[in-house]
Design a protein around this ligand. Structure first.
Ligand SMILES: Cc1ncc(COP(=O)(O)O)c(C=O)c1O
Length: 463
């Protein structure tokens, strides 16, 4: 078995085309095959998006249904489906909005856009107050980068290797993934420094972990110290840009962000948190940075903000960073689109009304127990981790060497699909499970049964 370097596989969804083709030949019906083949003819190809796996006919609640009528619990959903797909309250609100006001040209405003900005000021941490909206998380990250330049008069950034912040040139520059930055895609933005992610299970500084957790008495938080030293040596960094908790998931040790916050303050750098996939309750808090008690200067919200129906993202910043009055920093056609704003407002209302943040925290407790049980039962599992409903299962060939079990992860993914569970594999070997916050307890339990069965079968066949 040849192992492909992880650099090429970062965020890779489906590692091996052989496994995909085998799955498709066993599962696609005539219509599914026709749509998948047509997709391959009409779309420009790009890594991670093509070739596609299957064709969707319906998306409702936590379920996807393919054109052949097969149903899957969707534990990926590109992190847009916190309230479930096609939530009836949201669909009704959008139908009403379609009859009321559907567009708002530049220099006009409307009450939905204003109310959304007010709502974001209320739910984002600390004193974050002024917002701009954008049609995607990627565009919102570009706004945050421009704002950081204008507010500080500096242009450099520090961010993390392997991170993803969006597909634009700015977002790709602060991102740390080869497929978005490498080859003829360069050169990217200057001054975008990168450091290793704070990942205790695979500590880049070589420190041992305690069952995947930090051993702070040994490592003394070397990851935060190194980041501080980069800020000090560069001397003129505009912003540290990061996800507080990465979707892999990578869950930094508890004191990490407080240390980074202090290093930013000591060096005149802003702290920009990209919460595009994990804000709005996924981790059991409205914003994942709340787990660390750290407030950024700028936060980016996206994905689930559109309720899984429309695309909308937002940048929300401290009022004193409002430095772009004589520059255009995010001049998007659909900036104050009332339909998009209505979707976001209604989505937040549903999350608040139905107590979905607390629900994610409670279900996260259950998930944590089931993950630990899975690890005990399967030697293929090297590490499990979760915050709320953001869960990861790291498959390794050997617990001591931690060699990534990428082919095994592929096999588990396709077996789970057969059993009705869809999710994403990250870094080649991390089963990344991010169900909607409306998932029922019995559905979560069923997902763990499927994982248990699939992992057992793959362990048996590969013994
Ligand atoms: C952390 C993070 N930031 C930004 C983005 C970009 O968002 P969008 O795809 O809406 O441009 C993503 C998308 O996956 C993301 O995960």
């Amino acid at each position: 078995m040849t192992s492909v370097p992880v650099r090429r596989r970062v965020e890779g969804d489906i590692n091996s085309s052989r496994a995909r083709v085998a799955w498709q030949s066993g599962h696609l019906g005539r219509e599914g095959r026709a749509i998948v083949d047509a997709d391959a003819r009409v779309f420009l190809r790009q890594s991670l998006s093509t070739p596609v796996l299957n064709a969707v006919a319906k998306a409702q609640g936590i379920y996807l249904e393919d054109v052949d009528g097969r149903r899957y619990m969707d534990f990926h959903g590109n992190s847009v489906h916190h309230i479930g797909y096609a939530h009836p309250v949201l669909v009704d609100a959008l139908e009403r909005q379609l009859r009321e006001l559907t567009f708002s040209p530049r220099r006009y405003t409307n009450r939905w856009a204003v109310q959304l900005a007010e709502k974001l000021a209320e739910i984002t941490p600390g004193r974050l107050q002024r917002s701009l909206f954008a049609p995607s998380g990627s565009d919102a990250v570009e706004i945050a980068l421009k704002l950081a330049r204008l507010a500080t008069g500096r242009y450099k950034t520090v961010s993390f290797w392997d991170a993803f912040h969006g597909a634009g040139f700015g977002a790709s520059s602060v991102g740390g993934e080869e497929i978005f930055r490498g080859g003829a895609l360069g050169p990217l933005l200057p001054g975008t420094e990168h450091v290793a992610p704070p990942e205790c299970y695979r500590c880049a500084y070589g420190h041992p972990d305690l069952d995947g957790g930090p051993r702070l008495e040994v490592c003394h938080l070397a990851c935060a110290s190194y980041l501080r030293s980069v800020l000090e040596r560069e001397g003129d960094v505009a912003a540290v840009v990061a996800e507080p908790i990465r979707t892999v998931p990578i869950i930094p040790p508890e004191p990490f962000w407080a240390e980074v916050r202090k290093a930013c303050d000591d060096n005149g750098a802003l702290l920009v948190f990209d919460e595009v996939p994990n804000a709005l309750g996924k981790t059991g808090r409205m914003y994942s940075c709340e787990h660390y008690g750290v407030v950024p200067d700028v936060v980016v919200t996206g994905k689930a903000l559109g309720g899984g129906i429309v695309p909308i993202a937002a940048v929300t910043a401290l009022p004193e960073l409002d430095a772009g009055a004589d520059r255009a920093i995010g001049h998007y056609t659909h900036e104050k689109n009332p339909l998009l704003a209505c979707a976001a407002l209604t989505t937040i209302e549903i999350i608040e009304r139905d107590g979905l943040v607390a629900r994610a925290a409670a279900l996260g407790e259950l998930a944590g127990r089931r993950l630990a049980e899975l690890k005990t039962a399967h030697r293929l599992i090297g590490h499990v981790r979760n915050k709320g409903l953001l869960m990861g299962i790291e498959l390794v060939r050997d617990r001591a060497s931690k060699e990534r079990a990428t082919d095994e992860a592929d096999a588990v993914l396709y077996r789970c699909l057969e059993l009705g569970l869809s999710y994403k594999t990250t870094m080649g070997n991390v089963l990344t499970l991010t169900p909607p916050l409306v998932v029922e307890e019995h559905e979560l339990e069923r997902a763990f049964e499927i994982l248990d069965q699939a992992i057992s079968e793959i362990e048996t066949t590969r013994r």
